[in-house]
Design a protein around this ligand. Structure first.
Ligand SMILES: [Zn+2]
Length: 450
């Protein structure tokens, strides 16, 4: 959507223009026109489309949307600044501190960092009956020492982590700034959150802490992660991950031949696992398994004293995930027993299957108001919202049956999790506008600040 004047539309457009408090940019006009068009397949129920239409016609809301567009240059500079603050797994604190400063500067009522390192900014609502969590993750996959300097070519930014999920953090902060400057009040409290530990071995530790018994546990969660505008993640892809270590006495490959060999045991274990897992994953809910990393061993002419592997298993269904995990553990045990039975001398091997990841899975009913609002606020931009499944911070509330959705960062992102990641600032403000519309609709519009 461009910010030039809208094409001369049908008479209805003129009627729509009369609704608007003051001349607005093309963007909002096109928003209203898109709403007049029939909604796409993943349609929101009419009452939610109407709710969004009413919000769009409100002068305070449309001025907040305008501000979000006007702040585009500021948002780009902020993205560069935050990207250049490294945030490897378990090392998000420096970026977290800057995020906390920004929450304060942009007008959050109170800001704090919890025991796990999540950074939270509260913006009080007029009633505070509910709390709406709105977040992005602070961490990136890139280890300490990665060069995160941003290289800019036109509207494209090249740097590890520039998209995933630093841009998500910028969307969260941009919504706060637009709400504050427009003086837009909500009924429910809003929690603007920089979440730790979404990536890799962080294992959703930030969200698990927020939703632990007695934790903050917001009534609703909106996460910004992933690309584009259309994808609305309302189903959590669960996964379990293991680092399995087989250990033995080791020794000289000739002199100690016949000693139980952990590498042989591990190879056997992979085979036994795959023999069953392959059949298991050929039917039923989509389920996957992957031996991602292996290691161990001293030298070619030594019996290793340790062999390890890291294994990832995922499934759309919690039951299928539990089943493949069971098959996995059985295969480890069986391989151990058989390899030990084959040894000719020395002590038995041991195996330690250490669980290093546990991301819950689940699905939410599309009829939930939050999901309907996500569909309606997305189609307001002429984009068909598509309900999808993925592994994001929203997995935790989704698995608990708490309304949650992960929405896109906007712009054009590519090569996530790779050093040559880049992000294009192409109409990126639309993602901020959509997020703002969704959050205000869910939290309840309470009018301009009185
Ligand atoms: Zn991410």
């Amino acid at each position: 959507m461009s910010s030039t004047a809208p094409p001369t539309a049908t008479p209805t457009t003129t009627h729509w223009r009369a609704l608007l408090p003051r001349p607005t940019t093309g963007a909002v006009m096109l928003l209203l026109m898109a709403l007049a068009a029939p909604l796409a397949a993943q349609e929101a129920a009419p009452e939610y489309a109407e709710e969004i239409r009413t919000l769009l016609a409100n002068p305070t809301v449309s001025s907040a949307l305008e501000l979000a567009e006007e702040h585009d240059r500021w948002a780009l500079d902020l993205l560069i600044e935050l990207t250049e603050i490294p945030a490897p797994p378990f090392m998000e604190d420096v970026r977290g501190e800057r995020f906390a400063e920004l929450l304060t500067e942009l007008g959050a009522d109170s800001v704090w960092t919890d025991e796990e390192g999540n950074v939270i900014g509260l913006r009080r609502g007029t009633t505070g009956d509910r709390a709406i969590g709105f977040g992005g993750h602070l961490d990136t996959v890139f280890p300490e020492g990665t060069d995160v300097t941003v290289r800019q070519v036109g509207d494209t930014l090249f740097a590890p982590g520039v998209g995933d999920d630093t841009r998500g953090l910028v969307v969260v902060l941009s919504v706060l700034r637009a709400l504050e400057e427009a003086g837009l009040e909500t009924e429910d409290d809003l929690l603007f959150v920089g979440v730790v530990g979404e990536e890799g071995l962080g294992d959703l530790r930030g969200m698990k802490h927020i939703y632990r018994e007695g934790g903050l546990r917001p009534d609703v969660w909106v996460e910004v992660d992933g690309g584009g505008l259309s994808r609305l993640v309302t189903m959590g892809l669960g996964s379990v991950r293991y680092r399995v270590t087989f250990e033995g006495p080791g020794g000289h490959s000739w002199g100690a031949f016949g000693t139980a060999n952990p590498a042989h045991a591990m190879s056997r274990a992979v085979r036994y696992f795959q023999d069953v897992a392959d059949t298991l994953t050929r039917s039923g809910p989509r389920t996957s398994y992957n031996v991602g990393r292996i290691g161990g061993g001293t030298s070619v002419n030594s019996v290793p004293f340790e062999s390890w592997m890291e294994v990832d298993m995922r499934s759309e269904s919690p039951e299928s995930l539990a089943r493949i995990e069971e098959v996995f553990l059985d295969a480890m045990q069986r391989a151990l027993e058989e390899e030990n039975a084959l040894r000719r001398e020395g002590p038995s091997l041991t195996v330690d299957p250490a669980k290093i990841g546990d991301r819950p899975s689940g699905e939410l009913e599309p009829s939930l108001p939050l999901i309907q609002r996500a569909l309606a606020s997305t189609s307001a931009f002429g984009v068909d919202g598509e309900l999808g499944r993925s592994s994001t911070d929203s997995n935790v509330p989704i698995a608990l049956g708490i309304p949650a959705v992960t929405i896109g960062r906007g712009g054009i992102g590519a090569n996530g999790h790779a050093p040559d990641e880049y992000w294009v600032n192409r109409e990126a403000y639309l993602a901020v506008q959509r997020a703002l519309l969704l959050v205000v609709a869910e939290a309840g519009f309470a009018g301009p600040v009185s």
